[in-house]
Design a binder for this molecule. Sequence first.
Ligand SMILES: Cc1cc2nc3c(=O)[nH]c(=O)nc-3n(C[C@H](O)[C@H](O)[C@H](O)COP(=O)(O)O)c2cc1C
Length: 209
Amino acid sequence: MDLYEALEKRRTIRDFSDKEVPDEVLRKILAAAFKAPTNDHLRQLEFVVVRDKARIAAILSPLAGNIEGFTRKNVEALAGVMDKDEYAMFTDAMPKQQKMLAQSGCLILPFFFHTGCPLLKPDNLSSLNYFASAWAAIENILLAATAEGLACALHIPIEQEAEHVKSLVAAPPHYEFPCFLAIGYAALGAHICKQKDIRVEDRIHHNRW
Ligand SMILES: Cc1cc2nc3c(=O)[nH]c(=O)nc-3n(C[C@H](O)[C@H](O)[C@H](O)COP(=O)(O)O)c2cc1C
């Protein structure tokens, strides 16, 4: 699959089959992370791969309560303020957050080295360089997974979820957890949210905005 085809085909899928992702394919996909640009040339990324169902359940255990609380508080209020495609995505995604991460049986927990000021209290834009590099690497993973015929879903940790993960996997100090990542084969008839139509010409400005 060429790069442009992978860009077109990469979509967030939140419904997985239970077909197992072979180890060698997973290795190839995760290797793509180390080809992304990196702020300090060091690519200090680590991945914890969890396939054991009970272990996955323990890692995801805080999600149900957190999502339920968030959904109850926010979903109706958001209907009035969100774009309609955004709202459709949101209402499909919210109830699936925990299930989608468990369903493929291949949960990836990425970690990136971060030092200097606390991640959530950056001094300036470059304090976020480690974080930005981690996301460049995650995008490479998503594209590589697509090229391998696989689907991905991600969830940004909320509330105590990141600390829970770090402590369960015994992550060393200075390593941050940007997102939960499920990789797997899409379920038959998996829902794909409508992607917002963008006219690229409208977004490119010549010489000034
Ligand atoms: C930074 C970032 C955070 C995201 N957080 C979540 C999330 O917490 N849960 C989720 O289901 N999807 C999450 N997504 C996936 C988006 O919902 C998805 O990319 C978007 O709806 C566009 O759909 P597409 O990926 O199919 O193009 C996130 C994506 C990005 C880039």
